[in-house]
Design a protein around this ligand. Structure first.
Ligand SMILES: [Zn+2]
Length: 86
């Protein structure tokens, strides 16, 4: 099974990075960079923006550049960018 990752920026999801729903429960899909209290922190961001933001965030976590790049490469395929807007 694929490792769980944020469906907005591709960040690996764990108890520390998970975002929160409006009721305070942990988000099953998004990280706390992208999604807090049931809302996207950057509702107008594009997949390209999130690639840049995700890349910077991973580099700050001391990921090697090539790994961070690989992680954000898949961003445009993630669910946030492939579901019709409501
Ligand atoms: Zn995210």
């Amino acid at each position: 099974m694929a490792r769980q990752m944020c469906q907005s920026c591709g960040m690996p999801l764990n108890d520390k990075t998970r975002g929160t729903e409006a009721d305070g429960s942990p988000s099953l899909k998004y990280c706390n960079l992208c999604y807090q209290n049931g809302k996207f922190t950057q509702p107008n961001a594009t997949a390209a923006d999130m690639q840049r933001i995700g890349y910077e965030a991973l580099r700050q976590k001391h990921w090697p550049g090539f790994l961070a790049k690989m992680a954000v490469n898949g961003v445009p395929k993630l669910e946030r960018w492939n579901t019709p807007t409501k």
